[in-house]
Write a protein that binds this ligand. Structure first.
Ligand code: AHR
Length: 503
């Protein structure tokens, strides 16, 4: 292990307090996320409401603070009224976004119950594809108004006396995408989003609203879309969304692992665009970012093309993740932490079965995919002050990226607990690396644990038959030196080094 990298971890170089909502996730009415995922009334672990307790336990383990719902592309054709009231009266609908049949057995109230049991807030998305201002304000009134109006009393009639108090609402989904039902130009969307936002905030001024940014940074309309939408909505919006999914279809792992550099650039451009509109509109408000869809997604593309349409809950988007996917997810989590000053919410898309950290078999077990682990560690130990990562690392060039650092790293300082956690990925596929941490600003400390996720085969996966093929161990090696700690980063590994400060 001759390659070396250095990192200065200084408690004074604070990026920002991490908003815990960056460890959010997403449940869409898509594939087996809801039916066969969180909800399966005939499953041996189901409670009286039909929710799988084995899945709920895994979600709770991840400590997901906020879950986006009900879509995604699904929401752009969704009538929320189909999902409330007596279940036996609910209509089955053709669901055009994913070409399935939606039975509507889970809707607003059931999902709010599930989220409460999971310890999560709901981030609700309204339909600005086929619907508009009225449906959005009525749904909000149904969810959040205490009582004494038609929509709030309807909720009470449906068995929910207390309002759900849903604070965060997305104004549509990926409205820049031609695949979206009711796709719009930036101007048309911006006007509709602004008018919907006004009405929604008049119903409940305590809510926060997310306007749609681009579906990814490769869209031809990026970043003009953001600029136009924000020109219309800067006053009313609280966040702008970002979405991105990465793939290794070309089977070029060094290039794949560098894709978080694209995420860094994407975030940077959106921040610059927000600040440009802030200046242009002479606003005092700083717009924050909601990275409300991010993950690796490509393994299931071919299988999805073979599925017959108009089934209920077919196995769509069931990516089985590899060790290298977990490494990129680790890098992407570090990218989010690096911009904790502006990224205040983020959703790993998605949570169960559909491009998800948790997989289930219908009637069978639930297990952890490889990507479960970096997300778990970041969610558990990444809450505190994100510290500016001053890293010197050897670099490489790949097909699409130059100067890719082998080491991607960040530290988070949990002052109340006297703890510092260093997250680090070694992108090198053949060699381990020594990471020399300068920890002088912290004084004396001891190593609580050094968790490592590593595997000889970067294509290794967890399956129902082998659910523990890829999982972390606590045998990482770190040695004290004069100024801090030398941490061994095995080749192709995700590392979590937890330190306890002595004073
Ligand atoms: O998460 C899967 C899909 O990806 C979502 O429905 C959509 O918003 C995005 O294109």
């Amino acid at each position: 292990m001759t390659n070396k990298a250095t990192m200065i971890v200084d408690k004074h170089f604070v990026i920002s307090e991490v908003d815990k909502r960056i460890f959010g996730s997403f449940i869409e009415h898509l594939g087996r996320a809801v039916y066969g995922g969180i909800y399966e009334p005939n499953h041996p672990t189901a409670d009286e409401s039909g929710f799988r307790q084995d899945v709920l336990a895994l979600v709770r383990e991840l400590q997901v603070p906020i879950v986006r719902y009900p879509g995604g592309n699904f929401v752009s054709g969704y009538d929320w009224l189909d999902g409330v009231g007596p279940k036996e009266e609910r209509k089955k609908r053709l669901e055009l976004a994913w070409r399935v049949v939606e039975p509507n057995l889970v809707g607003t109230n059931e999902f709010a119950d599930w989220a409460k049991a999971a310890g999560s807030e709901v981030m609700m998305a309204v339909n600005l594809g086929t619907q508009g201002i009225d449906d959005a304000r009525h749904w909000l009134e149904y969810c959040n108004h205490p009582s004494g109006t038609y929509w709030s009393d309807l909720r009470i009639k449906h068995g929910y006396r207390e309002p759900h108090r849903i604070k965060t609402w997305c104004l549509g989904n990926e409205m820049d995408g031609p695949w979206q039902i009711g796709h719009k130009s930036a101007h048309d969307y911006g006007v509709l989003a602004r008018e919907t936002a006004k009405a929604m905030k008049w119903v409940d001024p305590s809510i926060e609203l997310v306007v749609c940014g681009s579906s990814n940074s490769q869209m031809a309309t990026f970043p003009e879309w953001e600029a136009t939408v924000l020109e219309h909505t800067y006053k009313e919006a609280d966040y702008i969304s970002l979405h991105t999914y990465y793939s290794n279809r070309e089977n070029n792992t060094p290039n794949f692992l560098a894709r978080s550099l694209d995420m860094d650039a994407f975030i940077g451009t959106v921040i610059a665009t927000c600040d440009y509109i802030k200046a242009k509109t002479r606003s005092k408000k700083t717009m924050n970012l909601s990275f409300d869809e991010w993950n690796v997604w490509y393994h299931s593309h071919d299988a999805d093309k073979q599925l017959d349409p108009w089934q209920i809950a077919p196995p769509q988007l069931e990516d089985i993740y590899t060790h290298e996917d977990a490494l990129l997810v680790g890098c992407m989590l570090i990218s989010l932490l690096k911009r904790a000053d502006r990224v205040k919410m983020a959703c790993l898309a998605q949570l169960v079965n559909v491009i998800a950290p948790i997989m289930t078999a219908n009637g069978g077990p639930a297990w952890k995919q490889t990507i479960f682990y970096p997300f778990l560690h970041a969610s558990l130990y990444g809450r505190g002050k994100a510290l500016q990562p001053i890293v010197q690392s050897p670099k490489y060039d790949s097909k699409d990226f130059s100067d890719v650092p082998y080491v991607e790293s960040i530290a988070v300082y949990l002052e109340e607990e006297n703890e510092v956690t260093v997250f680090a990925v070694n992108r090198h596929l053949e060699d381990g690396l020594l990471l020399e941490l300068d920890l002088r600003s912290f004084g004396a400390f001891r190593v609580l644990e050094h968790l490592v996720l590593e595997h000889d085969d970067v294509k290794a996966r967890n399956t129902e038959a082998q659910p523990d093929n890829v999982k972390p161990h606590a045998g990482g090696q770190s040695e004290r030196n004069e100024t801090g700690l030398t941490v061994k980063l095995p080749k192709a590994s995700w590392n979590v080094v937890r330190l306890k400060l002595e004073s």
